[in-house]
Design a protein around this ligand. Structure first.
Ligand code: UDX
Length: 459
C-alpha cells in the first residue's frame, strides 16, 4: 500500500532513504534546509557521490513520487510517516550531539495536525525515542498533539558506497515501536523490501524482519556497529601477533573465517576503520556505560586498537627512513574506504597530519577526492604515478581497486625510495616485490622476509 512519507535531513542516510522509498512505490517528500543541496536534489542529483543514487533520484522525480522542499509545514501536511535522518556527531565528551534532532523535532511539532509516526533513522542514545516524543509534545504547545504523535525506531545499516543496494536488499529490517499500530504501519511500508517485490528486485528471497520495542531497536543499532568495529580491531590485534611471529594474517583470517560461527567478513586487517559511524557509536557506548557506572572494557580496547593502527604507518616509515624531516611521502587513497568521497575520520588524513608533523612533504592521489580540508598541506596529484614522483615511500591508505592493477615498475621508477606500505593489505607482496619495491603490509608474511623479521625483533 502506498504511504505518504516525509524524510527530514538529506544527508547520506536521508537521501538514500528518500530515493529508495520512492523507488519501492511510496510518495516521498525530502526536507532539506541547505539551498545549494536542495537545488541539486530537485534536479535529481545527490549532493555527494553514492553509486546508483542519482539514477533513483531522477527516476523518482520523473515518476512524480519524489520531491524535495525546505518547507516543513508542507512536508508535514503531505505525510503520515516522518523519517528523521539528521546527524548525531560525537560531542567532545564522547556523547552523541542531539542538537540537530532537537531542532527538527521543534520545527516539525507545530505542524502536527493529523496522526504522524516519527521514525528515527539516526543513531541515538538508547531512550531517545521517548525523549523525542516529549520534545515534540512540548514544542507543539498543544496537549492534543500527544494523541497524534507516535515514535518508532528503524535503525539503518547502510554502508557508504553500497547504500542503495543495502537499503533495497538488506540482511534484515529492524523496526521498534511501543505501539502495535506504528509497527504495522512501518511493516507495510517495508513490505516491498521484505518480500522483494519492488520493480527491478533480483528476487533474493524474503528479508528477515525483527519487530521489537523502541529501546531494543535502538540498542540493536549500537550493538551491530560495536560488534563490527570489535571484529576489525580483533583482526588488527591478530595482525600484530602475526608481525611478531612471522605468520600471515591473510591466511589466519581466511582460516578462521571458514568457521561458520566466525564468518569471513570484517576481518580485514590494516589501518583500521574510519567513517562517520564506528568511532562515534562505540565512543557513545563507552561514555554512556561510564555514566551508568559500567566500564565497557572490550569497547575501550576496540577503540584504542583502532587508534594504534594509524600510528603503525608512522612507526614503519620511521623504521625504514629513520628521519622524516624533508622526506616525501605519497598517499594513495584519501577517502576512509573505496566507493565514497567521504573523508570523515579517514585514516589517510590522520596519517598525513602525523607525517607532516614529523616534517615530511605529502602528495596524494585518490580516484574521487580532489580537494582536502583547508590547512592540510598535501599536494593532490593527477594520478598515482604523479603522486609517487620523487617519493621516499608510498602508502596505500584506501583499497581502491585501481591500485591493485597499478604498473608497479612504473611506480618504482617514479619514486626516489623503494618502500611501499600497503596499509590495506590489498596488494600482492610478490608482484610489488618483483617490481623492485620493498613491500610492507600489516601482519603479512612477505616471501623471503622471515629472516629480516627475526633480526628486527632482536634489535
Ligand atoms: C558502517 C556500518 O557497516 C553500517 O552498517 C552503519 O550503518 C554505518 O557504518 P560504513 O561506515 O559505510 O558503514 O562502512 P563499512 O563498510 O562498514 O566500513 C567502515 C570502515 O571499516 C572502513 O574504513 C573500512 O575500511 C573499515 N574496515 C571494514 C576494515 O578496516 N576492515 C574490515 O574488515 C572491514
Amino acid at each position: 500500500m502506498t504511504k505518504r512519507v516525509a524524510v527530514i535531513g538529506s544527508g547520506y542516510v536521508g537521501t538514500v532513504v528518500s530515493a529508495c522509498l520512492a523507488h519501492i512505490g511510496h510518495n516521498v517528500i525530502g526536507v532539506e534546509s541547505d539551498n545549494a543541496k536542495l537545488e541539486l536534489l530537485r534536479d535529481g542529483r545527490a549532493p555527494f557521490y553514492e553509486r546508483n543514487l542519482d539514477q533513483l533520484l531522477e527516476a523518482g522525480r520523473q515518476a512524480g513520487r519524489l520531491g524535495f522542499t525546505s518547507d516543513m509545514a508542507l512536508a508535514m501536511d503531505e505525510s503520515d510517516l516522518v523519517f528523521i535522518c539528521v546527524g548525531t556527531p560525537s560531542r567532545p565528551d564522547g556523547k552523541a550531539d542531539m542538537s540537530a534532532m532537537l531542532e527538527v523535532a521543534q520545527a516539525a511539532a507545530p505542524h502536527v495536525k493529523h496522526p504522524h509516526t516519527f521514525i528515527n533513522k539516526s543513531t541515538v542514545p538508547i531512550g531517545s525515542g521517548r525523549w523525542l516524543s516529549s520534545v515534540i509534545e512540548d514544542a507543539a504547545g498543544d496537549p492534543r498533539v500527544t494523541k497524534l504523535v507516535r515514535v518508532a525506531s528503524n535503525p539503518e545499516f547502510l554502508r557508504e558506497g553500497t547504500a542503495v543496494s543495502d537499503y533495497l536488499h538488506p540482511d534484515r529490517v529492524v523496526i521498534g515501536a511501543d505501539d502495535p499500530a506504528s509497527l504495522d504501519d512501518i511493516v507495510e511500508l517495508y513490505q516491498p523490501v521484505l518480500d522483494q517485490s519492488f520493480p527491478g528486485s533480483d528476487q533474493r528471497g524474503p528479508v528477515p524482519l525483527v519487530k521489537t520495542d523502541l529501546m531494543t531497536a535502538e540498542m540493536i543499532k549500537y550493538a551491530a556497529n560495536a560488534f563490527l568495529a570489535t571484529k576489525i580491531s580483533f583482526a588488527n590485534e591478530m595482525a600484530r601477533f602475526c608481525d611478531l611471529m612471522g605468520a600471515d594474517i591473510q591466511t589466519v583470517t581466511a582460516g578462521i573465517g571458514l568457521d561458520q560461527r566466525i564468518g569471513p567478513r570484517f576481518l580485514n586487517a590494516g589501518l583500521g576503520w574510519g567513517g562517520s559511524c564506528f568511532t562515534k557509536d562505540v565512543l557513545a557506548m563507552v561514555t554512556t556505560a561510564a555514566e551508568y557506572g559500567y566500564q565497557a572494557r572490550l569497547l575501550e580496547a576496540t577503540l584504542a586498537i583502532n587508534n594504534d593502527q594509524r600510528h603503525l604507518v608512522v612507526e614503519r616509515l620511521l623504521r625504514h627512513l629513520k628521519n622524516l624531516r624533508g622526506a616525501r611521502i605519497a598517499l594513495l587513497g584519501l577517502s576512509y574506504k573505496p566507493g565514497t568521497d567521504d573523508l570523515r575520520d579517514s585514516p589517510a588524513l590522520d596519517i598525513a597530519t602525523q607525517v607532516i608533523e614529523y616534517g615530511a612533504f605529502v602528495s596524494a592521489y585518490d580516484p574521487v577526492v580532489k580537494a582536502l580540508p583547508a590547512g592540510l598541506p598535501v599536494r593532490i596529484a593527477s594520478d598515482a604515478y604523479a603522486a609517487a614522483e620523487g617519493a621516499d615511500a608510498v602508502v596505500v591508505a584506501t583499497e581502491w581497486p585501481q591500485f591493485i592493477d597499478l604498473d608497479f615498475a612504473r611506480l618504482r621508477s617514479a619514486m626516489k625510495g623503494e618502500l611501499l606500505f600497503d596499509g590495506r593489505n590489498c596488494l600482492s607482496p610478490t608482484i610489488v616485490g618483483a617490481a623492485g619495491l620493498v613491500y610492507e603490509g600489516v601482519g603479512r608474511r612477505v616471501p623471503g622476509s622471515a629472516r629480516r623479521l627475526a633480526i628486527d625483533l632482536r634489535a
